[in-house]
Design a protein around this ligand. Structure first.
Ligand SMILES: [Zn+2]
Length: 422
């Protein structure tokens, strides 16, 4: 699995200008915040976190290949992709160019007054640098990649010509993913991805979440109790459950009521997991596959095989939790069990197994922040410098990642020096 990290774009460049810092510093800060959030939410790491700034040659090669095949044209140092050359353009979003033309003027890249494109939906593969912007030498003008090409190039560099699953927000179907397809498929002649998984957008009380509406909240705010709608720390597992209760392709509506409902749901699961099973000579041990409740497992799998219908999958967990609690009470207070010991053990193990699959974990008290070992960091950084000098980039990437896992962010300065922070 591969997750791309912040791209070189106008927002990052603007922020760097406003703060008087660099694009890399801004990106690193957001990357660090991203990792903090995903750790707390129990989200597994991807195998690769490719960065655009480390793939400039791969990006340029791809643009060159498109140029060689006649899919591009240049205007004032910008290189554009000519979408009318790609017969399948629009196939992912189900759009046709002729129908889109009406009203297209000004919508696509309208914030760039310098554009003199031949056609409104053509998009930039390479942008000539404006004064003060970071720029890379190139076969064209010094400049930077357009943002669509970055994904196509990093997919190609890290995963190969075609991939099985491509994810992303529903707002990226057009034009971003359409453009990725156009760039990649004309060169490979095969589908870029076998499946496209597009998640629905987050809304707040039915409205789009946005800075301008003032209803903007971060994961960190929710976890730390700084959400004005419901100002108390929310268990990360509650947020997981809240997300899983909706189908990923549907909009996810954040409301106080939905959050309370998710809290109750998590409490139900947690109660069942934390009952004093030892009292009944049962133990919440690690699940053994051959000893699980086959019927529940089948239903869960069927739900998940149906385009990840996590809501239906969760229903199986809730049923198990409720039946476990009922059986526990029967045994402890009334003495007439409905199920055999084996069935009960199977159900308990199945609930543990399925909560683990969904990444729902009863978390123990947070462990204290580990002391940082400066000597260890410095020696890794030296090894990384060495690797970079010898152009062993896979190794330097690996070291950066190792440090990132330990919460250390490595920042390469334009002067060739490297510094780090937590
Ligand atoms: Zn992309």
């Amino acid at each position: 699995m591969c997750k791309t990290l912040p791209i070189i774009d106008d927002k990052i460049l603007n922020r760097a200008r406003v703060e008087g810092s660099s694009m890399v510093e801004i990106a690193d800060r957001y990357i660090a915040a991203y990792f903090r959030d995903i750790r707390r939410l129990n989200i597994l790491d991807a195998d690769e976190y490719p960065r655009v700034t480390e793939h400039i040659p791969a990006i340029q090669q791809l643009i060159q290949a498109l140029e060689d095949k006649g899919y591009t044209y240049a205007v004032n140092g910008n290189v554009y992709y000519s979408v009318r050359q790609f017969a399948d353009y629009g196939k992912l979003s189900g759009r046709q160019l002729e129908q889109m033309q009406a009203g297209a003027g000004g919508r696509v890249d309208s914030n760039d007054p310098e554009l003199k494109k031949q056609y409104p939906f053509d998009f930039a593969l390479w942008k000539a640098a404006k004064p003060g912007e970071p720029a890379w030498e190139s076969p064209w003008e010094p400049g930077r990649p357009g943002w669509h090409i970055e994904c196509s190039a990093m997919i190609r560099a890290r995963l190969g010509e075609a991939i099985d699953i491509h994810g992303g927000g529903g707002d990226l179907v057009f034009p971003h993913h359409e453009n990725e397809i156009a760039q990649s498929e004309v060169l490979t002649g095969q589908p870029l991805a076998n499946y496209w998984l597009h998640n629905g957008m987050v809304t707040v009380n039915g409205e789009k979440m946005s800075k301008s509406l003032g209803n903007f909240t971060t994961i960190q705010d929710l976890l730390d109790g700084n959400w004005s709608e419901y100002p108390q720390p929310i268990d990360p597992m509650v947020i997981r459950l809240f997300v899983l209760q909706a189908h990923y392709r549907k909009p996810l509506d954040f409301t106080k009521d939905a959050m309370i409902a998710a809290e109750n749901g998590w409490q139900t699961l947690k109660d069942a997991l934390m009952l004093d099973w030892q009292q009944l000579n049962l133990s919440p041990q690690m699940p053994i596959p051959s000893e699980l409740d086959a019927e529940s497992i089948n239903r869960f799998q069927t739900a998940m095989d149906d385009d990840f219908n996590t809501a239906a999958g969760l229903a199986v967990l809730f049923e198990l939790a409720k039946s476990l609690k009922r059986e526990f009470n029967l045994r402890c207070y009334q003495g007439s069990p409905e199920r055999t010991d084996m069935q009960l053990q199977q159900r308990l193990q199945t609930l543990i197994h399925l909560t683990q699959i969904l990444g729902l974990e009863v978390q123990s008290e947070p462990s204290p922040e580990p002391e940082i070992d400066v000597g260890w960091i410095e020696s890794l950084l030296q090894q990384r410098q060495q690797a970079r000098r010898e152009k062993r980039y896979a190794e330097s990437d690996r070291i950066r990642k190792e440090l990132q896992m330990a919460g250390i962010i490595v920042v390469d300065q334009p002067n060739g020096q490297t510094c780090w922070h937590q």
